[in-house]
Design a binder for this molecule. Structure first.
Ligand code: GRF
Length: 203
């Protein structure tokens, strides 16, 4: 399966997916990396892997609709099977999501439905959580609420700060996203029209 990854920052999740795709018998390949930020550190990482990159800066477009139209046109040229949002900090419109229904994955640094949105690690600490983690889900119109593909849990340690917890979660994000993409790209997990997740095989 051909995948376009979307980043806004360091791109460590995109890098983890690209590395997983290089392993034998992995049912996906990253064919391009898109970013909304020209300064995204992940762009250099993608280029170092020889991956084509495209930047679509929001301020270069008159409206969100025009911004998304440019991205959708570039996607149409590539014709990916899947798109993976990997630290992409922009909400997609319903129109964009419908164009790729059931084919957009996202990773979120919390155990959804807990802590959708931003500052997830500080919120988990403030709530007194003893575990934290990440969620890979299909993207639907609501923010961080699509059906779950995979989750991983890490312990919260007594002296954790948002930074130390974020670092522990980020490490499992990489493994979880690679595992989730493999499940979807292999066809073992898919999203039905009614938004539920279909799991085949031993899942
Ligand atoms: C990660 O915590 C990811 O879950 C969130 O953005 C952070 C940075 O991701 N969406 P990356 O290093 O750019 O992949």
């Amino acid at each position: 399966k051909r995948v376009v990854a979307f980043i806004s920052g360091g791109g460590s999740n995109m890098l983890a997916l690209a590395k997983a795709c290089e392993a034998g018998e992995y049912p996906a390949e990253i064919v391009a990396v898109f970013s909304d930020k020209p300064e995204a550190g992940g762009l250099a990482k993608a280029q170092a892997l020889g991956l084509p990159t495209r930047v679509f800066e929001r301020k270069a477009y008159g409206s969100k609709a025009e911004h998304e139209a440019a991205i959708l046109a570039a996607l149409a040229e590539i014709g990916p099977d899947l798109t993976c949002l990997a630290g992409y900090m922009r909400l997609l419109s319903g129109e964009f999501i419908r164009a790729y229904e059931g084919r957009i994955l996202n990773i979120h640094p919390s155990l959804l439905p807990l802590f959708p949105g931003l500052h997830t690690h500080q919120r988990a600490l403030d709530a007194g959580m003893k575990v934290a983690g990440c969620t890979v889900h299909f993207v639907t119109e609501g923010m961080d609420e699509g059906p779950v593909i995979a989750q991983s849990v890490v312990p919260v340690l007594i002296d954790d700060t948002a930074e130390t917890l974020a670092a522990r979660v980020l490490t499992v994000e990489h493994k979880t996203y690679a595992a989730a993409l493999k499940l979807v790209a292999s066809g073992n997990v898919s999203m039905r029209a009614d938004g539920t997740v279909e799991r085949l095989g031993s899942e």
